[in-house]
Design a protein around this ligand. Structure first.
Ligand code: ZN
Ligand code: ZN
Ligand code: FE
Length: 767
């Protein structure tokens, strides 16, 4: 009856039991998922103690093991609580329940992690300050009253301070701080909310603020005074520096824009609370949930007319990027400033965010008037994530802080792989078993600094997840910097076509691996036929893809310049549509000559370039400073559902959406004085209708009835919503992105899934 207590650590077994052995049962619950570093063990401890159960809880290599003894109903209650009351950040993927023979164990213990712990144990994303910490921070009697680094097991920095696993204090940048007696007491007390909170700190022993230039006073007060004067202050946050200024002061915002050389890209604005956001922007329920969530991303919202934000916050756009404070320091700043603050990443355009104090002082000196810094080091740079509400739910457009390094399940188990992603909006991914770990948003890989950031982040996540890649996956483009980075690893390499990777990414995002009609619309991707792809209809699964249709090709005059100057696309499309073109300037004459002779041009089927052409023809935008700007401005002015322009499908071995009638109609509308907003609306409707039309024809040939929408163009709410509607009306199932960006930020996930499939099916695909 009495089992041997072998395997249980000495000292954990008491001699008596409160429950008669006959009524006592023992259960071992093996919990898998994101259950480490999220306060899971203390939660189990508190629950078990409240139920009067005996036993223990510990971390193992892949999760948490609960070994509990007591009456059956109470064991059931414990299991239920783990399902329904786990800490907000925990993701319980599975619970394996096994019965065991009860013994005389008394009391409940949290057992220390063994050294050999977590091969795949998960370090969780950084967590916004929780309500209980905020209440303490506001309480004048609390010892952490107004302490800018207050945190607990429910909140605070996580992956941004992690150096290694197991996620314990000596493996974080908090090892530089020795806990005072009171902090150490809380840290060691299993019933305390700060039990094993690794960033545990207080004003006596923890990180401290400082202000540069230092005038000897309170650093926070000095920063607030500077902001009130209209100065630009570099503020150290969780994953890097922000550049902050008063978002209601046109002079300050204009100065920041000029210094950052960020001609048009929108700035994020941090508001003190939800009510303040709602005064400036329209906030629906999904957006509200997202804004207030523990992830605290930037949420794109429609600006209210008469908003008091400076116009330069988001020039030419109807939306602003809003976010709420997510560190105690942010809360103190916003409370003190009494105005919304611009909070844009601390960098020059196209450079990575600055994270080290010295690095920031050097790199941001030309941009900031002052610095509000602290002495807790950042181990991983993380930009703010960006989400947008589409079709009633939040969609991640930039995946970084609050998401990294949360795993995404792969539909096929993978060997350890590194997928390097693409060159724009770069993010890489690693596979560990059936989990894909996406790295932070790195940005454009053009600069040396970005490539260093890539290497840093890759090395860090490989360490945290104990991944040693056996192969590397990259884009088919031979000239990409990312392809070069892949080559430099010296690992066996695998190339995946850009738009196939987009569609695969959408499949994985939806936990699918079946064959679908993939619509991949973006700015540009390397096509295996030597042309630039970007308006593609592929029949694809993880194994491969076949192109069935495309947007009819158009010439890019002058290579990259064509993407920066939408008027060049307008010229190309007018000419292609048989319309007269007048060249006034020397540049225009040169482009016209190129288009007529074909020399210096490349062929593209890009949807992004068609957006550019229409934006220019409609008089909205002739020059852009960032990818997707013309499309965003066209969307911004767009009206409601309108009569679509003609965009017929031309049959052939490769179906083509013929844009020539559309371009002629746009030009006629413009000449007739039709407002640009209506032209934009009719164009969006035409593309959506065209997508559904082509999908219908592909279904007729293949029998496939699921469409996956991917590529940067599906960050566009209008296009996505209309395409979804048209497709649903025709009876299609429609897959869209949710957790992973539709644009190139999601490319690595698709690359990983395709490579994983190929590697596991290399010896004979059963189909
Ligand atoms: Zn907290
Ligand atoms: Zn302390
Ligand atoms: Fe792309």
């Amino acid at each position: 009856m009495l089992s041997a207590s072998g395997g249980r650590e000495a000292g954990t077994i008491a001699r008596t039991s409160p429950v008669a052995l006959g009524a006592r049962h023992r259960r071992v619950l093996t919990v898998r998922g994101t259950v480490q570093g999220v306060g899971f063990r203390p939660f189990v401890y508190r629950t078990a103690v409240a139920l009067g159960l005996a036993g223990s809880v510990r971390n193992d290599a892949e999760g948490v093991v609960v070994d509990a003894q007591g009456p059956l109903p109470d064991l059931d209650r414990l299991g239920e609580a783990i399902h329904t009351h786990a800490p907000a950040r925990a993701v319980v993927e599975s619970i394996l329940v096994a019965d065991a023979a009860p013994d005389l164990t008394e009391g409940f213990l949290i057992l220390q992690s063994e050294r050999a712990e977590p091969a795949s144990a998960r370090v969780c994303p950084d967590i916004a300050t929780c309500p209980r910490c905020l209440a303490e921070m506001a309480d004048a009697r609390d010892r952490r009253h107004r302490y800018p680094f207050i945190n607990c097991t429910d909140c605070g920095p996580r992956v941004s301070i992690a150096r290694d696993v197991p996620y314990d204090r000596p493996n974080t940048t908090m090892r530089a701080f020795t806990m005072c007696a009171r902090c150490a007491g809380e840290y060691a007390d299993p019933v305390d909310r700060r039990f094993h909170a690794q960033p545990q700190a207080c004003p006596a022993c923890g990180p401290k603020l400082s202000f540069v230039p230092d005038a000897g006073g309170d650093p926070l007060a000095a920063a607030l005074a500077a902001l009130a004067r209209g100065a630009i202050v570099a503020v150290k946050g969780l994953g890097g520096f922000h550049l902050a200024c008063d978002a209601t002061r046109p002079d300050a915002v204009r100065t920041l824009r000029a210094r950052k050389r960020r001609e048009a890209r929108p700035f994020a604005v941090m508001f003190p609370d939800l009510a303040a956001v709602e005064r400036e922007a329209v906030v629906d329920e999904p957006a509200r949930r997202e804004l207030a969530s523990w992830r605290r991303p930037i949420v794109l919202l429609r600006r209210r007319p008469g908003s008091r934000l400076a116009p330069d916050v988001a020039p030419g756009l109807a939306e602003i990027g809003a976010l709420l404070p997510y560190t105690p320091l942010h809360h103190l700043l916003l409370e003190g400033a009494r105005v919304p603050l611009v909070m844009t990443s601390g960098n020059l355009t196209d450079e990575p965010i600055a994270s080290g104090n010295d690095e920031a002082r050097a790199r941001l000196a030309p941009l900031a008037d002052a610095f509000l810094v602290h002495d807790r080091d950042i181990q991983m740079r993380l930009d703010d994530s960006v989400v947008r509400v589409m079709l009633g739910s939040a969609r991640v457009l930039r995946r970084s802080r609050g998401h990294v390094p949360e795993a995404i399940r792969l539909p096929v188990p993978a060997p350890p792989l590194l997928a390097v992603g693409g060159d724009m909006k770069n993010a890489f991914a690693l596979s560990a078993g059936d989990a894909a770990i996406l790295g932070p948003h790195v940005g454009d890989l053009e600069s040396h600094d970005s490539q260093r950031f890539f290497e840093e982040a890759r090395a860090r996540l490989a360490t945290l997840f104990r991944v040693r890649p056996t192969a590397v996956v990259h884009d088919l483009h031979p000239g990409y910097h990312s392809t070069e980075l892949a080559r430099r690893t010296g690992l066996p390499a695998l190339a995946v076509q850009h738009h196939h990777a987009h569609v695969a990414s959408c499949l994985v995002d939806n936990d699918r691996a079946d064959r679908v009609i993939g619509v991949a619309f973006d700015g540009a991707g390397y096509g295996p036929d030597g042309t630039v792809w970007g308006g593609e209809f592929l029949v694809a699964d993880l194994a491969g893809s076949t192109r069935f249709a495309r947007i009819a090709p158009m010439p890019l005059a002058g290579g990259d310049a064509a993407a920066r100057e939408p008027w060049r696309m307008a010229f190309a499309c007018r000419l292609g549509a048989g319309l007269p073109v007048e060249a006034a300037s020397p540049a225009e004459r040169a482009v016209l000559a190129m288009l007529r002779s074909g020399s210096g041009t490349v062929i593209t089927s890009s949807a992004g370039r068609l957006f550019d052409a229409v934006a220019s023809l409609a008089g909205v935008c002739d020059r852009v400073t960032y990818e997707g700007q013309a499309a965003m401005e066209l969307e911004a002015i767009g009206g409601d559902d309108a009569e679509p322009y003609p965009l017929p499908v031309v049959e052939g071995p490769l179906l083509e959406l013929d844009w020539r009638p559309l371009v002629r109609a746009v030009v006629a509308d413009r000449a007739a004085g039709v407002p640009a907003s209506r032209i934009g609306a009719r164009f969006h409707a035409a593309l959506a209708e065209g997508i559904a039309d082509v999908a219908g024809r592909v279904r007729a040939r293949t029998g496939l009835a699921t469409v996956a929408l991917s590529g940067g163009c599906f960050a566009n709410v209008t296009l996505t919503t209309l395409a979804w509607r048209h497709l649903r009306r025709r009876g299609f199932e429609v897959l869209t992105h949710r957790r992973v960006p539709p644009g190139d930020g999601g490319l690595a996930l698709g690359q990983l899934a395709v490579a994983a499939w190929r590697q596991t099916h290399v010896s004979g695909d059963p189909r």
